[in-house]
Design a protein around this ligand. Structure first.
Ligand SMILES: [Zn+2]
Length: 303
């Protein structure tokens, strides 16, 4: 019922904004450029490139799961006011399509997808299912940085030098992070480099750092689904067979199903990863901190 009510409010707000926005550019009266990223880790990456020239905002609040997020009326206004909108892409922001469709007329906003140019992992047996979780491999984030830098230069050509220098400095930090992760993963015995997750979020991470993804509680690339009884039984068998040490969940995930698996096996549940959102302060206040924290938790649990 609440969802229907929210949808009605959202539709009315969209209609009102559409009427007021027609024919006017989204620039604010003080000519300040506004950059909006869909979610917290993208806002942080973007802020590192924007530096002091532009304040970057995140549409989703800290802790929100983009897979299941329901757009709020205030989001429409935030998008309408932004000059540059940065998305992850690959259907990660499924909530945003209706908001963008409603605004197309009269808006001069630039929208970029940070993952543009990277070819995605595909879901087995489903040609339409693509894996959006590329940010969990810092090497792929180097492409994000290039796309975001180019977007910033388009809306603010005068900042070109700053954005290029900031992007280069941040890429150096991403490479350092990558080297650090390789060193950490090397401390895990090779036969224990096994990942079981809530949904299939760590595929790119696993590919890069030599883990085997042994299964996920929820099949597929979104937390927005549920496993069948048969899929659960199959996963319990797999966990027993390979003697998987741990199941890794995001702090926002419901751990009820993972608990069912733990009840029947000797697997440990690690339920405090931050895969889809930063935190307000430690331990994942920035993208770089988020990655270090997650890797530390994974390494501690598998060593
Ligand atoms: Zn996810």
């Amino acid at each position: 019922m609440k969802k229907i009510f929210n949808t009605i409010i959202l539709t009315l707000t969209l209609a009102a904004l559409f009427l007021t926005a027609c024919g006017s550019a989204p620039t604010s009266s003080d000519n300040t450029l506004r950059v909006l990223a869909s979610t917290t880790f993208l806002a942080d990456i973007t802020q590192n490139i924007a530096g002091d020239r532009i304040k970057v905002e995140s549409l989703l609040p800290v802790g929100a799961d983009p897979h299941s997020y329901q757009a709020a009326p205030l989001d429409v206004a935030k998008i309408a006011k932004s000059n540059l909108l940065i998305l992850n892409g690959l259907e990660y922001e499924s909530f945003i399509k209706s908001l963008l469709d409603a605004q197309r007329a009269g808006s001069e906003k630039l929208t970029i997808e940070a993952t543009a140019g990277i070819s995605p992992r595909k879901e087995a047996g489903n040609e339409h299912g693509v894996d959006p979780h590329m940010w969990l491999d810092p090497n792929l984030v180097i492409t994000y940085v290039g796309n975001i830098r180019d977007g910033l230069i388009k809306i603010d050509p005068g900042g070109s030098e700053t954005y290029t220098a900031n992007a280069d400095a941040y890429i150096a930090q991403l490479k350092e992070l990558d080297t650090w992760i390789v060193g950490q993963v090397n401390t895990i015995p090779a036969d224990r480099r096994l990942l079981i997750t809530n949904h299939e979020a760590l595929g790119y991470f696993a590919e890069r750092y030599g883990f085997e993804v042994a299964g996920s509680v929820i099949p597929g690339f979104s937390s927005n689904a549920a496993p069948s009884a048969r899929e659960m039984a199959r996963l319990i068998d797999a966990v027993k067979k390979i003697n998987a040490p741990a199941i890794f969940l995001d702090t926002a995930d419901n751990n009820m199903l993972a608990q069912q698996i733990a009840d029947e096996t000797s697997v440990t549940i690690v339920s405090d990863l931050h895969l889809e959102s930063l935190t307000d302060g430690a331990p994942a206040a920035t993208y770089l901190d988020m990655m270090k924290y997650n890797v530390s938790r994974i390494v501690e649990s598998l060593k």
